[in-house]
Design a protein around this ligand. Structure first.
Ligand code: 13P
Length: 247
């Protein structure tokens, strides 16, 4: 791990109802007693933002959304939500460029518009990048990462505070992770592209992070935290991941 603040971001994807929010109380309690430099951010489905905001009120946990429409204004976009609305919900963060949305046709250019729209509304972006299995097999990982970063982060101010989440698509929800040497190589490559562009950046890893593999991933000492899907639905697992990261 690096000595920057550590992020543990829970991406609940399309899971969760009002009842499941109660499980977060355990994590709130834990965060009050655990004296380390870390930030937990919950990104639930839109339907739970309001209730979760209330639950997190007296805690240090933060709230994020999972996507936005790029339009700065209200408009006739059935089923969509823009950055202004997310800001109004009390969320401070938004995940953008997630491969599950890229797979539905989100282009680098559109993601760039979304990122700009998020910053205009003072949200902090968790920008996801990562190669697919076939791109990895064709040894195109670096080309893909470079393209996603170059296009996705085009024309942003150097002062922008950005969180990059490296999530190899083939690792998401599969239980498969990279070897530490591959992971180090890719994280160092991302850093080499980012550090001149931005003053404040953090680089996270995401993809099948769980209490069983976290000790191994932590060994690379290059990460500023994790973007966690499946395991983040279980408070015990999330707490375990955090504790193991600091041990
Ligand atoms: P899993 O942790 O379930 O593999 O999901 C990772 C992810 O996509 C987080 O954004």
């Amino acid at each position: 791990m690096t000595n920057k603040i550590k992020y543990f971001i829970a991406n609940w994807k399309m899971y969760g109802d009002l009842k499941s929010l109660k499980t977060i109380n355990k994590v709130i309690k834990f965060s009050k007693t655990y004296k380390k430099k870390f930030k937990i951010i919950y990104c639930p489905p839109y339907t739970l933002l309001y209730s979760l905001k209330k639950l997190l009120k007296k805690s240090t946990l933060d709230l994020g959304a999972q996507n936005i429409h790029e339009s700065l204004d209200y408009g006739p976009n059935t089923g969509f939500i823009n950055a202004k609305m997310i800001k109004n919900s009390g969320a401070k963060f938004v995940i953008l460029g997630h491969s599950e949305n890229r797979a539905l046709g989100e282009s680098d250019m559109r993601i760039n518009q979304k990122i700009k729209s998020a910053y205009k509304n003072k949200l902090i972006v968790i920008f996801c990048i990562g190669e697919s299995l076939s791109e990895k097999r064709q040894k195109k990982t670096k080309i893909v990462l470079k393209r996603q970063i170059k296009n996705g982060l085009k024309n942003l101010s150097k002062k922008t505070n950005i969180i990059i989440a490296y999530e190899p698509v083939w690792s998401i929800g599969t239980g498969m992770i990279l070897s530490n040497s591959e992971l180090s190589e890719n994280i160092n490559y991302i850093k080499s592209l980012i550090y001149k562009k931005f003053k404040n950046y953090s680089i996270l890893y995401g993809g099948s992070v769980n209490p069983k593999n976290i000790n191994q991933i932590n060994k690379i000492n290059l990460l500023d935290g994790y973007l966690i899907g499946g395991a983040s639905l279980n408070p015990k697992k999330l707490i375990d991941i955090i504790k193991k990261t600091f041990n």
